[in-house]
Design a protein around this ligand. Structure first.
Ligand SMILES: Nc1ncnc2c1ncn2[C@@H]1O[C@H](COP(=O)(O)OP(=O)(O)OP(=O)(O)O)[C@@H](O)[C@H]1O
Ligand SMILES: [Mg+2]
Length: 324
């Protein structure tokens, strides 16, 4: 799905792509550019490698940290997030479980903490909170994501999870209704216990609403856009094509394609001339495959892109907003 509006016109913008293609660099440059344009912008890194702190030359944590005027950033550490998530779940369950079961329930939750997928579930929980709640304090949220596969899973989860949670909410409602019926039959309804809020039902309902909000935000092409960063090589082109197909199935719109590390035309030598020739073939292929999307081209720099000054220079070169 092509998107005619510029990235700046969205509320949530993702940057994804293969490992090492420049996602963190481009996402940071875009977030800074948006902040400079007057948007209250939050840059969120879900990359466990913490490279956002490096490129911004500042230390970040899991809560928004002010970096520049209008510009905040946070880094989510999946492992720490999983620990916090497990503590929250334990507290919620402790309220709803009979004390004699508490130690067994705790043991089961501790096993779940080390099971495959626990960190992904925690990351997902935080991700939906940012999209549905923290977003209210900002005009724009920019996600610098981990390499493509993991991000796609994360983005397509709200749809599956809200259906699944919906089933759990229904089931809990039925259990409560059965309980009420049983107490009526047993003649104990006079206790008034029926009207007490059910913490399990409330927790499920809160999650269901949050996942639903996240899903609606992601599927709204006016509010959310996904941008791919790639380099003019065979595998990143192939992976980007595949990822665009997956996102289209989930109604997530593509905001822009950023082609990074293009060899400048004035680099010397026969070796470089051959590399350039090879790149120009891939650039042609990129144009054929992604020509319908807004595309930005970025030259390879002599050195790494580090710090706010470099990011501003890069953003100017990229021209995220042709009208600015
Ligand atoms: N156009 C460019 N010219 C020169 N160096 C660049 C350019 N774009 C990115 N880099 C450098 O390449 C390295 C990798 O970039 P970056 O960390 O942004 O990639 P990434 O896609 O986020 O990687 P990962 O998949 O590991 O998260 C960094 O050192 C960055 O400074
Ligand atoms: Mg990165």
């Amino acid at each position: 799905m092509a998107n005619t509006s510029t990235l700046l016109e969205h509320e949530v913008v993702f940057f994804g792509g293969k490992g090492g293609v420049g996602k963190t660099t481009i996402a940071s440059a875009f977030a800074l550019f948006a902040a400079d344009c007057g948007k209250r912008t939050l840059l969120v890194s879900t990359d466990p490698a913490h490279s956002t702190s490096d490129v911004l030359e500042t230390s970040l944590s899991n809560i928004p940290q002010s970096v520049e005027s209008n510009f905040w950033a946070l880094e989510i550490d999946p492992s720490a997030e999983a620990d916090r998530y497990i503590t929250r779940v334990k507290n919620q369950i402790a309220e709803a479980t009979a004390p004699r079961l508490a130690s067994e329930v705790e043991r089961q939750i501790d096993i779940a903490r080390v099971a495959p997928g626990a960190e992904e579930a925690a990351l997902f929980d935080r991700f939906t909170k940012i999209i549905s709640e923290e977003r209210k304090q900002f005009d724009l949220i920019v996600f610098d994501t981990a390499p493509t596969g993991q991000t796609l899973r994360l983005l397509t989860l709200p749809e599956q999870m809200s259906t699944w949670i919906g089933c759990l909410v229904d089931r809990r409602r039925k259990v409560n209704a059965l309980g009420r019926m049983w107490r009526n039959v047993a003649g104990s309804s006079a206790s008034g216990g029926d009207r007490k809020p059910d913490p399990v039902h409330e927790a499920l309902e809160e999650r269901r609403k949050r996942f639903e909000t996240a899903r609606k935000t992601l599927a709204n092409s006016k509010r959310t856009a996904f941008s791919f960063v790639l380099i003019p090589e065979r595998l990143p082109i192939w992976e980007t094509k595949r990822a665009i197909e997956v996102l289209a199935k989930h109604d997530i719109a593509i905001g822009a394609i950023v082609v990074n590390r293009i060899l400048p035309s004035d680099v010397d030598g026969e070796f470089m001339a051959r590399r350039r020739e090879q790149q120009s073939q891939y650039l042609e292929r990129i144009n054929q495959s992604f020509g319908s999307f807004r595309t930005h081209y970025v030259n390879l720099w002599e050195s790494d892109v580090i710090g706010v000054a470099d990011l501003r220079t890069l953003a100017k070169h990229i021209q995220f907003d042709p009208n600015s």
